[in-house]
Design a protein around this ligand. Structure first.
Ligand code: XLS
Ligand code: CA
Ligand code: CA
Length: 436
């Protein structure tokens, strides 16, 4: 089986290369910040977009050929697995992420779906060994089937909740079987369309119960990795409970799930929530829940989840700046939750898309390293807050100042008329001079 036979292996050739099938910036074995780029960036292939998505949209049928066999759904899934490993191998991608239903077809019953998963995961395991590839994370698709039209863990119907729980149990077992160090919850339809028919308090309590059961079961079967929640504010539902990083943090704190759960931040979901990608990463790092990244981007002119390949160097730079500051990835990595445009419909386009995304992050990593090594931004920020390092500021920072003491201090000041400039434009021009 040689699905991508017309495509060569992709290697680093440098920025001057005009070979479209080469990396211009991603030099896998070159060291950066003490690790190879390959170790630092931990690129992953998304099974759903890469192997399954045919370019359908609300207005049109598939435009991209993603059929691997016409001899039944199981043969198709097997050939898809061979093609996936051929694809990762040609690009030098070490990890992949999957939903249960991406890798094996859903059967007529849950038992049949589980048997399909057992069979295909045996094949995946042997391909992982043959090619030296790993699972970054697994997840369950609890949003596609119509039974989940009102949600899964937040469904108003307990049978749906139970069905979802059973499906997730199996998806976690398969993730563990395949050696994944992370399991993702993206609450596809965990939200509401109207408050007129929704008991939000019960739905959120139930969601927490589900996550707690999965956490406990995972630990029982020896899963030592991280659970991730992936925030997204809307689409497909009008309001999704896991709106953004701060909302998810409040949920994890309320239900005592911190420690086992971290966050998987997707660039396009950040912008849908009205934040920058960097902001969401910063919120995670500040709160010790930085886990993994779904690398993609939206379109600034469109208000929906376009899942485009990330090619904006400012974005990838500021992302890697936050990742470096957070200490790099542990169990997480950079998963290309991105799809080629409907009009980019050839096998070559799939490779060009990944090359563009991988190069953008490799360049972003180098640019972020430059900003950090240059030191002007860091020292500006340190200086900006230096009044908290001594005197009254230190007391505030240490939590020993009282309101009475601050009043006395303020009276002694007369008025506060001095304030230093934030120098935003100057800092932006430093970034530009380092990038270009
Ligand atoms: C959809 C999400 C989804 C998750 C995994 O918008 O990004 O693909 O990453 O279920
Ligand atoms: Ca995602
Ligand atoms: Ca998305």
């Amino acid at each position: 089986m040689n699905f991508f036979k017309e495509i060569p292996e992709i290697h680093y050739e440098g920025p001057e290369s005009d070979n479209p099938f080469s990396f211009r910036y991603y030099d896998a074995n070159a060291k950066i910040l003490g690790k190879t780029q390959r170790e630092y960036l931990k690129f992953a292939m998304s099974y759903w977009h890469t192997m399954c998505a045919g370019g359908t949209d609300m207005f049109g049928e598939a435009s991209i050929e993603k059929t691997y066999s016409r001899e039944g759904a199981m043969q198709n899934a097997k050939n898809k697995a061979y093609a996936a490993f051929e694809f990762m191998n040609k690009l030098g991608i070490d990890y992949y992420c999957f939903h249960d239903r991406d890798i094996a077809p859903e059967g007529d019953t849950l038992q049949e779906s589980n048997r399909n998963l057992d069979e295909i995961s045996d094949l995946l395991l042997s391909l992982q060994k043959e090619y030296g590839k790993k699972v970054l994370w697994g997840t369950a698709n609890c949003f596609y089937n119509k039974r989940y039209m009102h949600g899964a863990g937040t469904a108003p119907n307990a049978d749906v909740f139970a069905f979802a729980a059973a499906q997730i149990k199996k998806a976690l077992e398969i993730t563990v079987k395949l050696g994944g160090n992370a399991y993702v919850f993206w609450g596809g339809r965990e939200g509401y369309e109207t408050l007129l028919n929704t008991n939000t308090a019960l739905e959120l309590d139930n969601m927490a119960k589900l996550l707690t059961m999965v956490r406990d079961y995972g630990r029982k079967i020896g899963f030592k990795g991280d659970f991730y929640i992936e925030p997204k504010p809307k689409e497909p539902t009008k309001h999704q409970y896991d709106f953004d990083a701060s909302t998810v943090l409040a949920f994890l704190r309320k239900y005592n799930l911190l420690g086992d759960f971290k966050l998987n931040i997707e660039a396009n979901h950040a912008t849908l929530a009205g934040h920058t990608f960097q902001h969401e990463l910063r919120v995670c790092a500040d709160n010790g829940v930085f886990g993994s990244i779904d690398a993609n981007r939206g379109d600034t002119l469109l208000g929906w989840d376009t899942d485009q390949f990330p090619t904006d160097i400012y974005d990838t730079t500021m992302c890697m700046y936050e990742v470096i500051k957070a200490g790099g990835f542990t169990n997480g990595g950079l998963n290309f939750d991105a799809k080629s445009r409907r009009g980019s419909n050839t096998k070559e386009d799939l490779f060009f898309s990944y090359i563009a995304g991988m190069d953008a992050f490799a360049l972003g990593l180098r640019c972020a390293e430059k900003i950090i090594n240059d030191g002007r931004i860091d020292s500006f920020v340190a200086k900006r807050y230096e009044s908290y390092e001594s005197g009254i500021g230190k007391k505030i920072k240490d939590g020993t100042a009282t309101l009475e003491e601050l009043e006395k201090y303020a009276f002694s000041l007369g008025d506060v008329t001095t304030n230093t400039s934030g120098r935003q434009e100057y800092l932006e021009s430093i970034v530009n001079s380092l990038l270009f």
